[in-house]
Design a protein around this ligand. Structure first.
Ligand SMILES: NC(=O)c1ccc[n+]([C@@H]2O[C@H](COP(=O)([O-])OP(=O)(O)OC[C@H]3O[C@@H](n4cnc5c(N)ncnc54)[C@H](OP(=O)(O)O)[C@@H]3O)[C@@H](O)[C@H]2O)c1
Length: 334
């Protein structure tokens, strides 16, 4: 039996020039990376990292060829692990899926059973992939902030790169929890969308009018940052005593210059958030919370588009070129 997959190749032309190519092509189960669970994938999603991997605009894949897709939700077809039975719905995100192991943008996947999370009650497979790695990462950041003392009294949480997948999820979850939020977006045409997700204020980075001093007037209780660079440095300098700044992304740049003043004079914490390497007990806890108290209320609004697997190739470049918003999910079950 053959099935469809979005498979990424690195090829060298006759002049020795290397390029990354993606093909929607048919393959067989025994060609997939090894694992003790075979899964019929129902939904996957398109994340920033998938777009970097599929276009070759980021060095994400550890070897070639490889099926793209860092997350999936599907149904177990066969299992040699007694914890999982055929017919059971599961999800996977991170752990090397779509980076070192054939990923979720395919009709079938074969994975180590230790990576599988039984689909939490309260989430459909489609909802799990609207949330996807973006929502998982936002949830992980918020969980870390709350565990480290973030509370409503510290002031509003500023979210950068707000119209993207992680940003949209963060605004929605924080609003559900009753936090005031400031959505920072470079695109005015998404201001109404961000207000509809629950943002209390929506503005550009320039409109925040932050200084470049290493420490300045308190403006934010905390932050979820998707862009890196100068904006992250400025936000740190304007964060409340004992506030938390979660560093998630590099949509602007991976570089970042700051001083120690926010940390040593205000007790500000800069929290790292790594969805790929999150330990499994914490990963399960976050997914369980995403189905209950951290469940984003605005999933329908955040779902920008559902595309068929055969059409996924067209999504990658526009996502990196800041032409999309919210979440794009991929229907892999035909
Ligand atoms: N640490 C982790 O485990 C983890 C997990 C998931 C994602 N990430 C990272 O988090 C970031 C966001 O991921 P995502 O899935 O939300 O991607 P996304 O859907 O493409 O959203 C990125 C958003 O960042 C803003 N942006 C894009 N280019 C920018 C630029 N040059 N300068 C400033 N802002 C820019 C845009 O928002 P506006 O137009 O509204 O400003 C865009 O919608 C990415 O860097 C991704 O690699 C990290």
């Amino acid at each position: 039996m053959s099935f469809l997959a979005c498979r990424i190749y690195k090829e060298t032309d006759s002049n020795g020039v290397k390029s990354t190519l993606r093909r929607i092509e048919r393959m067989h189960l025994d060609e997939l990376s090894p694992g003790d669970l075979v899964v019929r994938v129902h939904y996957s999603g398109v994340n920033y990292k998938d777009a970097l991997a599929a276009t070759g605009r980021g060095a994400i894949l550890k070897h070639f060829p490889l099926n793209a897709g860092i997350d999936l939700a599907g149904v177990v077809v066969s299992s040699s692990d007694p914890r999982f039975a055929p017919g059971q719905a599961i999800l996977v995100n991170g752990c090397g899926l779509g980076e070192s192991h054939d990923g979720g943008l395919a009709e079938f996947a074969r994975i180590p059973s230790d990576w599988a999370i039984p689909l939490p009650q309260g989430l459909s497979m489609k909802q799990a992939m609207i949330i996807g790695t973006a929502g998982f990462t936002a949830g992980l950041a918020i969980h870390r902030m709350l565990s480290n003392g973030q509370n409503h009294d510290l002031g509003p949480i500023v979210v950068t790169g707000a119209s993207g997948g992680v940003g949209s999820m963060a605004i929605s979850i924080l609003s559900t929890l009753g936090f005031d939020t400031i959505a920072v977006s470079g695109r005015e045409n998404f201001y109404q969308y961000l207000s509809d997700l629950g943002a209390n204020r929506v503005c550009s980075a320039a409109q925040l009018a932050l200084s470049e001093r290493p420490l300045d007037k308190v403006e934010f209780g905390g932050a979820i940052d998707n862009v890196g660079g100068q904006l992250l440095s400025q936000i740190l300098a304007h964060t409340q005593l004992w506030g938390n700044v979660a560093s998630i992304g590099l949509a602007d740049t991976h570089q970042f210059n700051s001083s120690v003043f926010p940390m040593i004079l205000r007790g500000v914490s800069l929290l790292g958030v790594s969805s790929t390497n999150c330990p499994m007990p914490l990963r399960k806890e976050i997914w369980s919370r995403l189905a209950t108290d951290l469940k984003p209320l605005s999933l329908d609004k955040i779902l920008a588009e559902e595309v068929a697997l055969k059409d996924v190739s067209a999504v990658f470049n526009p996502l990196l070129d800041r032409k999309r918003y919210g979440r794009t999910i991929v229907k892999c079950l035909t």
